[in-house]
Design a protein around this ligand. Sequence first.
Ligand code: TEU
Ligand code: CA
Length: 561
Amino acid sequence: MERKWWHGETAYQIYPKSFRDTNGDGIGDLRGVIQKLDYLQELGIGVLWLSPVYASPLADQGYDISDYYRIDPRFGTMDDMDELIREAKRRNIGIVMDLVVNHCSDEHEWFRKACQDPDGKYGRYFYIEKWTEGEPLPCNWRSYFGGPVWSKLPGHDDRVYLHLFHRKQPDLNWENPEVRREIYTMINWWLDKGLAGFRIDAIINIKKALPFQNYPADRDDGLSSVDNMLFEAEGVLDFLNEMSDETFRKYDAFTVGEVFNEKPEELPLFIGDRGCFSTMFDFAETVLNQGPEGWHVQKPVTAEQYKAACFASQRKARDVGFLCNIIENHDEPRGVSHYLPAGTCAGPYGAAAKKMLGGLNFMLRGLPFLYQGQEIGIENVRRERIEEVDDIAARDQYRVALAAGLSPAEAMESVNRFSRDNARTPFQWDASDNAGFSVGEPWLAVNPNYREINLAAQRGNPDSVWNFYRALIALRRNPDYRETVVYGETAPYLPERKNLMAYFRRGESQTLLVIGNFQAAEQDIPLPGNVRRVALNNLPELSIASGVLHAQAFQFAVLEI
Ligand code: TEU
Ligand code: CA
């Protein structure tokens, strides 16, 4: 495998709207990111992904772009963006922007022109079909945010357009070479500014199985999940390789794909040495227990499931390339609330367990990708009423739960477990009003626990979650361990042992054993050899006697064997 500059880095995702607001309008902005670059450098971050800051009506919080060449004034100006790229580079941080090209906004000039003349040039930029009231729609796919993927084309009673996501996110027609050309020109325009690269949004969706046809319904609504269509769509890699040749490869840019549903044999084509992307996210843990019926029937993830999913991903990527390891992102609940046993965060072992989960994920082979606030252990937020929820996915799932017969209170339970708002509450900088995020009213209410969980408090505490993350990042950079931590092979240790997640990282001349006691009960773990050094431990003590590690609740350790 070819070595790349980014392999040894730690990456970090910023959701700009909720990171830091500098002008008091309650919306995080680019100047806020610039202001916190020193913080990110201190943390040890080398790659920084910004969720979208392009001009947008924010129907899906920026994932609906109305102008790819402009910064939304709520986030700042193009000068701010240029300054951010420059200032980050000075700190050896590469800026990665979000590339959202499966769809644009219905307020994009292209779509407006398509509405004016559906048979003209811009009509062919989208998927527009003839349809009259009373007829069945061109196909029965269910949009990711609920309801059919077809909506009436504004101004035309006899046409519908396709949107796999929200109706304000019309899908771009990748089959049209003119569309692809427009996109490549735009990508290169941004790369010329000195970006390190892109995170590539929802990219598997750009290839549709055509002609449009129905799939078996998987809910009472008679619709069928887009997944069923994607399973049959062929040829996405032709588009992706063309895009890569025309753009990323020319710049040796860093690219990370948001790829769900890839076929096993395709992995090398995505992230191998000659793959279309540098890397992609490992979503094997993210999708555990998800299903077409929705959030209200989704079961909690067990330690056994989590471990098995991590190990399966390590195995599949082993000879191929690097995956990005995450416990959360802006679409998911907070990892500590989602993967740890219920009630753990608020209990006596909360801090230990948060460190354990972070450590187990961080030490896997691949690129560790932190999400803002993960480093201080931010938790899910509780909302009482659906009106307090912003997330369009959560609002849809609330309706789905009610339609399935749940009471409003029960429906809110599932919303609270999975809402994307969990990840989108403002960053908790300190114990001052609004968690130091803004002097104004935040666009989304802060998590009320910010007076206990905040960066300022954790800085001063050597045992904090934050200081533990600092130690993890430092270990990855430590010349004594770097080679093994970054490139060492992963091999499970005692994989059958319940509520234990343990694995070796084996380098040429060094073996590390990573151990996490994934439960509140203590556990005796036989060690496979003598411990030469303790590289990391999440508790003040580590009890080893006659070759047995007596692990405390949620104890985590990295041992050199
Ligand atoms: O998400 C793509 C995706 O597959 C979503 O369906 C995701 O599973 C969903 O948000 C979970 O409820 C990307 C972005 O990360 C997301 O924020 C956007 O809403 C979406 O694309 C559309 O651009
Ligand atoms: Ca602002």
